[in-house]
Each structure stands twice: as C-alpha cells, then as structure tokens.
Write a protein that binds this ligand. Structure first.
Ligand code: PRX
Length: 665
C-alpha cells in the first residue's frame, strides 16, 4: 500500500472488522459474546470473577469471599481467605501436564547466536534451585528482594523464585541512574539485591554492579548482593556481602524440589515503583491472588492466547508490562513466552522481524515508540522476513497515533491482522480498555472499549459525569482483581487515587468517548509525562533541577515528539549570579541524566528570567505547556491571573529562538 493511500485512510472514519480467519476458534468470537460477558459481569460481578479465578489458576484453598472492596475507604481485597502460590501456577502445575517439555521461555540475547530456551521442566529446576539458595540466605516470606538485572533469563527465574518462597520482588529498570536505583532500593527496605556484572548494549557491556556499589552505602537494609555473571567483566566483590549467583547455585546441595510457600491471596507478590506526583516514586503493591488472576485473564482474552502460540512481549521486566505480559500472564497460562535482551535497531533495524521469523512468533505486543522509530527506518527492513506466522499485534504505553497504527497494520499485519491497542497502568495490574481481537470493530487511534467487568467512565472537573463526548477524567467505577492493593508505606498516596471522585478510581488520564462507545485517550491530566511509553513525574525532574547549585526555579512540561510521543521541556530560572550559557544547558542535561536516567533527560532546556506565576506565587504550568506545544502567543488562554503577564512575551520569543537553534537573548 502506498504512503498516499495510508494518508487518505487516516482521514476516513474507518473501522476494521475482526478477521474471519481464526474467529471460529477464538476465545471470544463476536460482539454478541462480548456484550453477554459485560452483562454477566454487571449483574453478577462476584460470580464472573470467581469463575475466571477458578478456571485460570490452581488454588491450594478456595476463597471464602470473592471480594471485600470499597473505594470510599479505600479497601481492596480479592479472593479473601484463598491460598495459592504464583510460582506454582506459572511452573509447577505445567510439569504435571502435557506441557512439561514445552518451551516456557525462549531467550534471544543481544547477539544473534545467543539463544537459551527453557522448557517448563527446566524452568522448574532453576526456580527451585534459586528458591533454595534464597532460603539459605535466610530470605523469608514478606522480605523484599530488589532485582536490578538485565533482560536475561535469570531475571525471570529470580522473580519466580521470590514468588515461590513468598519474598516480595521489586524490579528496578537498568536504565535508571543512581538516584532512581537508590530510592527504589532504599524505600523498599530490600534485604537482598540481585544484579549482574553488566548489561549488554550495542555490543558493549555497560556496568551494573559498580553502579550498585556506589549507592549501597546509602541503603542500610541491604545485607547481601547476588551477582550474575552476564558479560565476564571485572567487578569488585565485597567480602561477606557479595556472592556470585553461579557459585551459590553450584555449591549448594540442592533440593531439586524445593517446596513452595502457600500464600494468602492478599499477600503481596511484588512492589513496583512508578513515578509519583510528589517527586518520590510510588511503590505500587500487587497481591498474589487478585493480580495473578487478572494477568492470566487479560492475557488469555486480549491476546487470545492458545497453547500452540509463540508469544512475544517486547517490554522490559523493569516495567509493569514485563511483569504482567512477559512473565505472570503467559506463564500462568502455560504459554511460550519470548524474552529479548537487545534493542529493536541494533545492529540493524530489522531485529524484531528477524526474531518474528526465527521463532515463528504468533502474537507480538510492543510499544508505539518502537513502531514509530521502526517506521522511520523505512519499510525495507521488514521486506526480507517472513512475518506470516503473526496473527495478533498489540500496543501499549502511550497513544498509538493513526499514522503508526496504519504502518503497523499495513506492513507488519499485511493489512489483515487485528491490532489491540491496550490501555492500562502500573496500578491497574493488567489491561483495562482494549479491543478483543476477534470481537471488536477497531478504530485506529482508539483503545475501543472496556473489557468485560471493567466499568469505565468520564468525569468533568466538577464531578459531573455528562462530559463523555467532550472529554474529561478517565475513572473506573468498580473494583477489579488486578487493582493494586496499596502503596508501600504510603497510605495517603493510596487514598489519593480514590478521593477526588467518591466511589471512583482516578486514572490520572484524560479521555473522551465517541457515539459508538469507543474510548480515545487524551493523555495525562496530572503532572506525569509519558516519554516513549514510560511515565515520568515532572515534579521529580523539577526537584532534581532545583537541586543543582545554579538553578533557582524550574518548571517541567511535556512537548510533542515525533518518535517518543512526548518529550521533556524544562524552563529554568538560574540563580542571580549565574549566567545563561550553552555549557550550563549541557551540564543540566547531564545532571538530570545522572540523577534519574537517560529517559528523563530534557529534550530542551529554556532559560527564563522569571517563571509565570499567579499572584499567590503558583507557577502556571498550563501556559508553559502550551508554549512548549507550539501554541502561539494569542492562544495561551487567560493570562489575567498572572502576577507579571509581561514575562510571557519574553518566554515565547525565546521559545521561538531555541526552536531554530539560536540561544535565548
Ligand atoms: O497515560 C497512560 C499511558 O501510560 C500510563 C501508564 O503508565 P505506566 O503505569 O508506566 O504503565 C504503562 C504500561 C501499562 C497511562 O496512565 N498509556 C498506557 N497505555 C496507553 C496509554 N496511553 C494511551 N494509549 C494506551 N494504549
């Protein structure tokens, strides 16, 4: 299909019917079935979820009560009194079935010839070994274990080994800088950190262990560090604290069948930090029973996951998508899941398509930022590969703009495959709004409808719910099993999700609903920025900027970006004695990078003599956001509440100068 054709399609209000092929064997085959399931969940919510939990998981003891939830309090309790173990569900029960020798995990290393595959039986052996080793290190149920690991199989094994003994894992994305790693380890009170010597990037090892050494002095809870040898690089091993993973596992007189702990459904399975609105990351807690049910349920329905499928979620396990859809969802269903260590463009931008062909991937779940960057590399990179094994394409993390949608559909889906654009969050545990591939009429750019059992709605700022078509706050009105059960050591933060609109969970996103009931996500309504599908907090970046000795004040807002979706635009007012200079601009960028990580590095830093403020001294970010988005001076809205409206002209003119590469003033 030509580029012109794609462009003209973008202007059509087109919807795509579900494919015929595969429909008769799909889990949910029609709009009628979808409607019936929604109705069932509405009229008998408890039975709906109980049926899913029973069908999908193995419970050591059934629950006494399906849910004990109340958004007003808030209280989130699912499958009360039930007992299970997540590792048992993801591994043990498959080895007493026909899946015993099925590939559970296929790992593609950064280098093409580095591939490791684990059958369920092999995964079981390794998980038991590591669980026994953790036990030998005196790690107990409820202890936190931080996993600061690259995308290597040991990460999945470590997650499941923690789950096996009831330890709570907290995964830390390897792209964070020292500050991000330190606050996450420190706040979780982890007793053990599992890391690797290095992570492979672009053919070169990038150190991990030495990063950790720098920060562990500030993390008093950490007693031991387990180090996986990934890249054979030299590291310092601190006597009495640091242990090689390989040594521990080799030396141990291992019990091949290390028992798993029976967990209460409400016991936490993991904590995952997401960017908070206060500048400190929010430690989202997910429970064992509710979370696992929801991860398995959504993986099965949204991806129509079958036993014969090879399924690939490209997300890093440092993010929620990697938890729910690389590990817990697919493994609890006994699927074959692929894990990729590398990046889409190294050594060439054909890496994804090579993997699809090599492993005959059936379901591909990736992110808009990846699609956009591969789109820019040109379609010729897809041409040499046989992508005919694919049957479902997925997207998550940020809006999939219609142009990227069309490219994905046309060149990867060959104009036939359904695309499930899935909306959800770290807090929701699993997918909330999404097409069902064989039942939903899909509109490019829309995440279509809530899944059965999910009661979504749109609220205006004043709490009325009659603004669905103009747009407003996206809320969820009824509890679902995947919802976080709390925020680690921060009950006030947990409450903040529920107190704005009584009886509703506030997502923080804006959305509108069209006449056909399709949802269109409009982006964050709070102070979060979504860079390449990763949520970052503007106030966290502002605090880091202000901590720099040259900076007096800072305001951080999103700006549109062709590949990343959104990027970071920082307005900085320096201290009196400091000069504006390119050197300082560079230094500030490096400073943010070093404190939070490369993702948070500002795309642009604009120096201002003064930030626009109200009479009461509040920075008016609304106006700064508009300027960074390219709005002209006349369309900045009401500026009468500003203490010094005249600063705007300067800010605007300097914005224009920077845009064409000239420094301010
Ligand atoms: O703004 C929404 C955006 O990502 C946010 C959640 O970020 P995080 O907790 O890091 O989880 C990302 C992966 C689930 C949401 O509040 N978002 C997620 N999916 C979509 C999306 N925005 C538009 N369309 C989506 N499909």
């Amino acid at each position: 299909m030509s580029q012109d054709r794609i462009k003209s399609l973008l202007h059509e209000d087109r919807s795509y019917l579900p494919p015929r092929h595969g429909k008769d064997v799909a889990r949910i085959r029609s709009r009628r079935e979808y409607d019936a399931l929604c109705e069932l969940a509405r009229t008998d919510n408890d039975s709906f979820w109980a049926e899913r939990a029973r069908a999908l998981l193995h419970w050591f003891k059934p629950w006494d009560k399906v849910q004990d939830t109340d958004f007003n309090e808030p209280r989130v309790r699912w499958f009360v009194g039930g007992r299970l173990n997540a590792a048992y569900n993801c591994v043990d029960r498959h080895i007493i079935s026909d899946r015993r020798n099925k590939a559970a995990l296929i790992w593609q290393g950064e280098r093409e010839m580095e591939v490791r595959a684990y059958t369920y039986q092999m995964l079981y052996t390794d998980v038991c070994r590591v669980a026994a080793a953790l036990n030998a290190l005196n790690i107990k149920k409820g202890d936190r274990v931080a996993l600061y690991l690259p995308m290597i199989p040991e990460l999945v094994v470590a997650m499941l080994a923690c789950a096996r003994i009831g330890a709570v894992h907290t995964n830390i994305f390897t792209g964070y800088a020292d500050g991000g790693v330190q606050s996450r380890i420190h706040d979780s009170g982890a007793r053990l950190v599992i890391t690797a010597d290095a992570v492979m990037r672009g053919g070169e090892p990038k150190p991990l262990k030495s990063n950790l050494d720098r920060i562990l002095n500030h993390c008093p809870s950490v007693e031991k560090v387990l180090v996986v040898n990934r890249a054979n690089t030299e590291v310092n091993m601190l006597k009495g604290r640091d242990i090689w993973w390989q040594d521990l596992l080799d030396d141990f007189t291992l019990d091949a069948d290390f028992p798993c702990v029976s967990m209460d459904a409400e016991d936490p399975l993991f904590i995952l930090h997401t960017s908070g609105s206060t500048g400190r990351p929010t430690g989202v807690i997910h429970s064992t029973g509710g979370y696992l049910t929801y991860a398995a349920h959504t993986a099965q329905w949204v991806f129509d996951l079958k036993d014969t499928d090879v399924y690939w979620c490209t997300a890093d396990c440092g993010w929620i998508t990697g938890h729910s859809y690389l590990v817990y969802g697919p493994l609890s269903l006994g699927a074959t899941t692929i894990m990729f260590e590398g990046t889409p463009t190294w050594p060439r931008p054909d890496r994804y398509w090579r993997i699809v062909e090599k492993f005959r991937v059936n379901i591909l779940y990736t992110a808009p930022t990846v699609i956009r960057s591969l789109m820019r590399q040109g379609v010729e990179w897809t041409n040499h590969y046989d992508l005919s094994s694919l049957r479902i394409l997925g997207s998550v993390g940020e809006p999939l703009n219609p142009e990227a949608w069309m490219w994905y559909h046309t060149y990867i889906g060959k104009g036939e495959l359904p695309i499930v654009d899935t909306w959800w969050q770290t807090e929701s545990g699993g997918i909330m709004l999404s097409p069902l591939p064989y039942a939903t009429h899909i509109k490019p750019g829309s995440v279509t409808k809530p899944l059965p059992g999910i009661e979504a709605g749109i609220m205006s700022g004043d709490g009325s719910d009659d603004c669905a078509q103009e747009g407003g706050h996206l809320v969820i009105r009824k509890p679902w099993p995947g919802l976080m059960t709390g925020v680690f050591q921060n009950p006030e933060k947990f409450k903040s999700y529920f107190n704005r609109f009584p009886g509703c969970y506030l997502s923080g996103d804006g959305a509108r609903v069209d006449e056909e009931g399709n949802y269109w996500i409009l982006g964050r309504m709070d102070d979060a920025i979504n860079v390449s599908g990763h949520r970052l907090s503007t106030s966290e970046i502002e605090s880091v900027l202000i901590a720099h000795p040259a900076v007096g004040e800072a305001a951080v807002v999103p700006m549109p970006h062709e590949i990343k979706g959104e990027a970071i635009y920082a307005y900085v007012a320096v201290k009196k004695e400091v000069e504006w200079s390119e050197t300082l601009r560079k230094e500030l960028r490096t400073w943010v990078r070093s404190q939070i990580g490369a993702l948070a590095s500002p795309e642009q830093i604009q120096f201002v003599s003064e930030l626009p403020k109200t009479l009461s001294g509040k920075t008016v970010r609304r106006i700064l956001r508009k300027i960074a988005s390219g709005d002209n001076l006349e369309s900045l809205g009401d500026t009468t509440t500003l203490a010094h409206p005249e600063v705007l002209e300067d800010i605007y003119n300097n914005y224009l100068k920077l845009k064409v590469g000239q420094p301010e003033k």
